[in-house]
Design a protein around this ligand. Structure first.
Ligand SMILES: [Zn+2]
Length: 588
């Protein structure tokens, strides 16, 4: 692609072009913004190059040669400058084009099927992802072994577009993002909030069954707290800046302190302030530590739908899936070493129940283990062995595929990640279960054991669905907005066949409403068919059509959003029917 672009725009400056999942991209600095038609032209040229049967020739050069080769390519020069001393510098050449590349490559362009790739889109991307750097133009492409594979991927993309939660979210009025509130901050509208409430009720009920206690904690905490936990200042780039107390600010202002000096003092710790919480753990730890604990109290399982704030670059924000404020389905378990395996099992059992209920049964887990060659891990290696074995054993019990990935553990403990596959075959990473030896140590947590001695508990962090925002986004796409009855914001739309039956329609809706089933009566001037279409497009599970016959017999004619016509039912039967579907958590 870079060769083709360079031919069309000889003054183009080339940045980087790595392979990515399902394809590749390349960033270019070009004299003008690209248009859709350009992609077509670039693609045609790429096909010609491929058919030209050019060999990919690898060459090793030294730094000086490399700089000479790319003397007109400022980004390449920067890349060369950043290569560590002693690192081999290689180039690949095909046809008329040479690029700086580590490789490997296929042997020849003939090995590529010109019909099995497509350029997909153009996006802006900062050089090296930094907002202070020039904005480049990125061309995304997808490449496959065969035309058939390409086509099935394009079909998936098309489906993904139809299911895009940002579009459906707007159509069904599920959530909004308003610039005046802030990018990446989600406003849950009544319809979206109804779905979330049902989900949370459901998850909470399962948590109660498993012996969790619900807690609530504030959205901020003192900087000191996060200094202890290690979240501040080490992760400060992914946090909102601290809130400094007014008195401190006033005092510093009279001292004539510069911003730089203030920032420095905040970091080293002699100015106090608050942080929007990036994690719920420290707050839960303080609840644990608020009273003496005995081994008989353990495990202590504290759960909270806890809202946290992280600073994502604005370019990274994306609907509900990349946000700056989100509510985790969080919990922290404080237990003894011996209890770790059983608690991990419990966490997985919970995920299993919830995913099964949502009919999302196609998922796998990834067990993140230590990198055997690294010394960065804290804690006793013997404990690690036990915790890793526990994660592995727990994963086995799920009856789904799992992989073990050395090096994927965090420095403070092993973890288990969940990856679900949605109806169109896309994979989504959900949340994790993580064993932690670090925070109990940093906060000096303890419990009194059977031996009357003080011991250190182990913590397990678990937010199996990640965040309510992200999970909601995934659910919207998975169901294409057609939520199961129990989650659907409106369960039934009552549709009178003619204005004469408006009163009865209203009465039916009220009847259901009083029984806890959210239903609306469509009393607009539209014709009946238009109302049915509207209710269908709003993905309302049931349409209750009422006319003279129904009014007389106190009944309804039931249609599903999938177009199925059910037997007429008395009002009471209809209520029982919908209630039954909700209780059984059926799709429709
Ligand atoms: Zn945590």
């Amino acid at each position: 692609m870079a060769e083709a672009v360079l031919e069309i725009f000889p003054e183009a400056k080339l940045a980087i072009g790595p392979p990515i999942d399902n394809g590749f991209y390349y960033d270019f600095d070009l004299p003008r913004p690209l248009k859709e038609e350009d992609l077509e032209q670039i693609m045609q040229r790429m096909k010609e190059i491929m058919r030209g049967a050019h060999e990919f020739k690898r060459e090793v050069v030294d730094r000086k040669q490399a700089k000479e080769l790319f003397k007109n390519q400022r980004y390449k020069l920067e890349l060369i400058d950043d290569l560590p001393d002693g690192e081999e510098i290689s180039t690949y050449t095909q046809d008329t084009f040479t690029d700086l590349c580590r490789g490997p490559h296929v042997g020849s362009t003939l090995e590529l099927d010109p019909e099995a790739f497509k350029l997909l889109s153009i996006a802006g991307a900062y050089w090296r992802g930094k907002e202070s750097n020039p904005m480049l133009q990125r061309i995304y492409g997808t490449a496959w072994q065969s035309k058939q594979e390409l086509e099935s991927y394009l079909y998936q993309l098309e489906q993904a577009k139809l299911r895009d939660h940002r579009k459906i979210g707007k159509d069904l009025k599920l959530f909004v993002i308003d610039d005046a509130v802030g990018q990446g901050l989600i406003l849950w509208t009544p319809a979206g909030a109804a779905v979330r409430q049902e989900l949370q009720n459901f998850i909470s009920a399962e948590l109660r069954k498993q012996g969790y206690s619900q807690v609530f904690t504030p959205h901020i905490g003192r900087l000191e707290l996060y200094r202890t936990s290690g979240h501040f200042p080490y992760y400060r780039d992914s946090q909102y800046p601290p809130l400094i107390e007014r008195e401190t600010l006033d005092a510093l202002a009279t001292e004539g302190m510069s911003c730089a000096e203030l920032a420095n003092r905040v970091e080293i710790g002699n100015v106090d302030g608050y942080l929007l919480k990036p994690m719920n753990c420290p707050h839960h730890i303080k609840i644990y530590a608020s009273q003496p604990r005995s081994y008989r109290d353990l495990p202590v399982r504290l759960a909270e739908f806890g809202t946290v704030y992280r600073w994502e670059q604005s370019g990274e924000l994306n609907g509900l899936t990349r946000v700056r404020g989100f509510t985790q389905d969080d919990a922290h378990l404080f237990c003894t070493e011996e209890q770790v395996p059983k608690e991990i099992l419990g966490c997985l059992a919970l995920v299993k129940v919830i995913l099964a209920t949502l009919k999302m049964t196609d998922y796998r887990v990834r067990v993140g283990l230590r990198d055997p060659d690294s010394a960065k891990y804290i804690g006793d290696p013997a404990n690690w062995d036990k915790a890793e074995a526990a994660c592995r054993e727990a994963a086995k019990t799920l009856g789904v595929p799992f992989s073990e990935e050395p090096g994927e553990a965090s420095f403070y403990g092993p973890k288990i990640d969940f990856i679900i596959r949605d109806v169109i075959g896309r994979e989504w990473q959900l949340g994790t279960v993580q064993v932690d030896y670090n925070l109990p140590q940093r906060f000096d947590l303890s419990y009194v054991g059977a031996d009357n001695q003080e011991h250190r508990p182990v913590m397990i962090h678990r937010a199996p669905f990640g965040s309510m925002e992200r999970f909601f986004g995934i659910l919207i796409e998975h169901f294409a907005g057609a939520f199961p009855v129990w989650l659907a914001p409106v369960k039934a739309a009552v549709i009178p066949v003619a204005p004469a039956f408006a009163d009865y329609a209203e009465r039916v809706a009220r009847y259901l409403e009083e029984q806890g089933i959210h239903a609306t009566a469509d009393l607009s001037d539209q014709r009946m068919n238009a109302k049915i279409r509207l209710a269908q497009s709003q993905k309302i599970p049931y349409m209750l059509v009422v006319g003279g016959k129904e009014q007389e017999s106190e009944s309804v004619s039931v249609r599903t959003r999938t177009g199925e016509q059910l037997q007429p039912m008395s009002l009471a039967d209809c209520l029982q029917f919908i209630k039954g579907k909700i209780e059984a958590k059926e799709l429709i």
